[in-house]
Design a protein around this ligand. Structure first.
Ligand SMILES: C[S@@+](CC[C@H](N)C(=O)[O-])C[C@H]1O[C@@H](n2cnc3c(N)ncnc32)[C@H](O)[C@@H]1O
Length: 211
C-alpha cells in the first residue's frame, strides 16, 4: 500500500481539495477552447476531482493514477454517477495510458512527484493528437512546508515559472505559458501560509508535411 492508498477513502472529504479542483477546471476552460467531443487524459488523477469538474465540458476522460486505492475510489464514483470516464491504475512515468491520442492532457498537483519533468513532458506531448492541448497545474516554488507531513517524499518543492516554461518548450510543446492562477492557503506553525499554484498550458505541434 502506498501513502496515497491510505488517503484515498477520505481524499474528497476536504472542501479545500474540491474547491481547488473547481478553480483549476475553471482556469483551464478559460484558457483552452474545450469541446464536448474531446478525449482527455487526467495524469495522477487521484479520485478524479479535476476530471469531475471538467466532465460536462469535454468527452471521454481516462483517469490514470499509480495508487490502487485512488483508482478504486475513482472507479466507484464513475459507476455511481454514470460518468463518461475510465479509471486505470498505472505509473505515468513508465507506462502509456490507453485511449490516446488525446485532445487534452490535464493534471493537478502530480508534477512535483515526477522525477524527470523534461522526459515526462516529452511523453505527455507524444500522447496528444497534433495541436492537442496540455494543462498541468502544480505548485510555484515553495520552502518544503506545503505538505502536512514535512517528511513526505516529493521530487520537487514546486517550480519556477520561467524554468518550467523553458523545460516544456524544450520537451517539444509549443504556445507554452506558465501563469500563477490561484493561491492555496494552509495553516502552519506561526500562522496561515499561502502557496502559489501555477498552470502550464501548451500544445503539441502540428506537423506540416511538404507535398
Ligand atoms: C497530490 S495527489 C493529487 C490527486 C488529484 N489530482 C487531485 O488534485 O485531487 C497526487 C496524485 O498523483 C499520483 N501519482 C504520483 N506519481 C504518479 C505516477 N508516477 N503515476 C501515476 N500517478 C502518480 C498519486 O498517486 C496521487 O493520487
Amino acid at each position: 500500500m502506498n501513502r496515497f492508498d491510505a488517503m484515498a477513502a477520505t481524499w474528497d472529504d476536504k472542501p479545500a481539495r474540491i474547491d481547488r479542483a473547481r478553480r483549476v477546471a475553471d482556469a483551464i476552460a478559460e484558457r483552452i477552447p474545450v469541446r464536448t467531443s474531446w478525449s482527455v487524459v487526467d495524469l495522477g488523477s487521484g479520485t478524479g476531482l479535476l476530471s469531475r469538474m471538467l466532465a460536462d465540458k469535454v468527452g471521454h476522460i481516462v483517469l490514470v493514477d499509480t495508487s490502487e486505492g485512488m483508482t478504486a475510489q475513482a472507479s466507484a464514483r464513475i459507476a455511481a454517477d454514470g460518468l463518461d470516464m475510465t479509471a486505470v491504475c498505472l505509473d505515468i512515468t513508465e507506462e502509456t495510458p490507453p485511449g490516446g491520442p488525446f485532445d487534452l492532457a490535464v493534471s493537478l498537483l502530480t508534477l512535483h512527484h515526477v522525477p524527470d519533468v523534461h522526459d515526462f513532458l516529452e511523453e505527455v506531448c507524444a500522447l496528444l493528437a497534433p495541436g492537442g492541448w496540455v494543462a498541468i497545474a502544480d505548485l510555484s516554488s515553495e520552502d518544503g512546508t506545503f505538505h502536512d507531513d514535512p517528511t513526505e517524499d516529493v521530487q520537487h518543492h514546486g517550480f519556477d515559472p520561467a524554468h518550467l516554461a523553458h523545460v516544456a518548450s524544450s520537451a517539444g510543446l509549443v504556445e507554452v505559458k506558465v501563469e500563477e492562477i490561484l493561491h492555496l492557503e494552509k495553516l502552519r506553525e506561526g500562522g496561515p501560509r499561502s502557496y502559489g499554484l501555477l498552470l502550464l498550458t501548451g500544445r503539441a505541434p502540428v506537423t506540416v508535411t511538404a507535398t
